[in-house]
Design a protein around this ligand. Structure first.
Ligand code: NDP
Length: 486
């Protein structure tokens, strides 16, 4: 079956596709060729209002359903996604340019995992019984927050929509989701599938648009919570806007995470970790370990092995399943990455591999490795969000920990060593929300995911996410008379 990447309409509101050509056009550009696949239109204020009104109206009835009923719908949506994994993966590839080899296993499947996990959890969201003296007691009720807004980045459009929708809907909230304007396609499919699975109209809505549309959603008084996946600067703006309305937030933001390789590490595993943590999804992963600190004793062997392994990357048509490295998601992001490569060279880093744009249509850049990078260089301090690995040398554990933590970010961190005591000692001191020992970049739905410091607020996935999409009401019950002072 061939997949038509053109969407039925720009938005999905109140259980149906909606078009409104009054909104500014947004071209859907396939980053592997640069060709325009179609266009959607940015949401006008009228469309934003329709979406918010629909989500607001749907919320009470959705929350009144039992957790069993809501969960069944989410799990049915997970089953539909799994049945259609290939088509949804092809769509994800059109949306992002990521190789089908990746999207078949990492995107729709991850979204289905979230819907299945939180679907299963929906019926378990109960309160507590709290005994008090003389038979009095209190109890708690876990309640939804209400209308939630989800705003996504462009690197994992299906996964981000599902990671936000699944816990929100499981708790009885409704959602208006705005994908990045770079990747407008996949969230619409998530909405369509949730509706097919039985979600009532208004429970999950999608509107297109740029930051201004996102901002108008965040500012609306009916919105109880905002969950953003995006950059730190956008996170600061949205967090501030949400604070004005005393709204809950989840902020999944950027990083510049350290990956520390000690002399005694298994060399091939450490190189594999560095590849996963820098070049998967063409480096467009928030938790990437882009500062690779390598102890001096293993440095040259690590670099040689890394460059040798990179020569086996198959760069090309992302729809060809043998391709293992695709284009950047947009020309804008390609320009940003090229600018960082120029800056790295200007500031004296040694280009050890790649660095050039490919001479072919589409937004391709080679996997790139800089060696002899120092902590003060721009490429070691700022998030590049592309396939650029910086190799930094270190001598000892105390020194590397201090340097690894000397950043405003705190999303992830990893350590490769065969000394298990040291591994646990190091991750205990890494200032990061998610740590890896002898592996890198796993994000299963059962485990919490998120950052500390400027990299985020709150956690996605796991039982932890429930706390971020619900609140607890306490009820005190007297079984005796009421004592008053007069
Ligand atoms: P941006 O921060 O530029 O945008 C994120 C989203 O916010 C987009 O949908 C954007 O719309 C929207 N937006 C922008 N300005 C506003 C505003 N003032 N109010 C409301 N919404 C707004 O991030 P990118 O899309 O460029 O994504 C890359 C970033 O995302 C990286 O920093 C990366 O680290 C981070 N990220 C974090 C992850 C995590 O889980 N921690 C996972 C994946 C990515 P538009 O794009 O249409 O302008």
């Amino acid at each position: 079956m061939t997949v038509d990447p053109t969407p039925t309409a720009s938005h999905f509101i109140d259980g149906a596709y909606v078009e409104d050509q009054d909104g500014a056009p947004i071209d859907i550009v396939y980053s592997a060729t640069g060709e325009t696949l179609g266009r959607v239109h940015s949401a006008t204020p009228a469309i934003v209002e329709r979406a918010l009104a629909s989500a607001s109206a749907a919320q009470a009835a959705w929350a009144a359903m039992t957790g069993m009923e809501r969960g069944r719908i989410l799990r049915r949506a997970a089953d539909i996604i799994r049945d259609r994994n290939r088509d949804l993966s092809i769509l994800e590839t059109y949306d992002t340019g990521k190789p089908l080899q990746e999207t078949l296993v990492a995107d729709a499947t991850s979204g289905a995992d979230a819907l299945e996990y939180f679907g299963g959890m929906a019926a378990t969201l109960t309160g507590e019984y709290i005994p008090q003296p003389n038979g009095d007691f209190a109890y708690t009720i876990r309640q939804p927050l209400g209308l939630c807004v989800g705003i996504g980045a462009w690197n994992y459009p299906t996964q981000i929509a599902c990671w936000k929708a699944a816990p929100a809907l499981a708790c009885g909230n409704t959602m208006v989701f705005k994908p990045s304007e770079t990747t407008p396609l996949c969230a619409l499919k998530v909405a369509e599938i949730l509706t097919e699975a039985g979600a009532p109209p208004g429970v999950f809505n999608v509107v297109q648009g740029r930051g201004d549309v996102g901002a108008s959603l965040v500012d609306d008084a009916r919105v109880a919570k905002v969950s953003l996946t995006g950059s730190v600067p956008t996170g600061r703006k949205i967090y501030a806007a949400a604070a004005a309305g005393m709204k809950h937030v989840t902020m999944e933001l950027g990083g510049k995470s350290p990956l520390i390789v000690f002399d005694d590490a298994d060399l091939d595993n450490a190189v594999s970790g560095a590849i996963l943590g820098n070049f998967y999804s063409t480096g467009q992963v928030c938790s990437n370990g882009t500062r690779v600190f390598v102890q001096t004793g293993i440095k040259q062997r690590f670099l040689d092995r890394l460059c040798e392994r990179l020569s086996h990357a198959r760069i090309g048509d992302p729809l060809d399943e043998s391709t293992s490295f695709g284009p950047m998601a947009s020309e804008r992001q390609l320009d940003i990455v090229q600018e960082y490569i120029r800056t790295g060279l200007e500031e004296g880093a040694r280009l050890a591999y790649g660095g050039k744009r490919l001479n072919r249509p589409g937004f391709y850049i080679e996997p790139t490795v800089f060696a002899d990078v120092t902590d003060d260089m721009t490429i070691a301090r700022e998030e590049i969000f592309g396939p650029v690995l910086s190799l930094l040398d270190f001598e000892d554990e105390e020194e590397v920990l201090e340097r690894a933590n000397a950043t405003e970010f705190g999303l992830a961190g990893g350590v490769f060593t065969n000394d298990l005591t040291r591994a646990h000692r190091v991750v205990a001191r890494l200032e990061a929300g998610t740590c890896y020992i002898n592996t890198y970049n796993l994000a299963p739905v059962e485990a919490p995911f998120g950052g500390v410091k400027a990299s985020g607020v709150g956690r996605e996935n796991s039982k932890e996410a429930i706390a971020h999409y619900s609140e607890v009401k306490t009820v005190h019950v007297a079984m005796n008379g009421v004592e008053a002072p007069f």
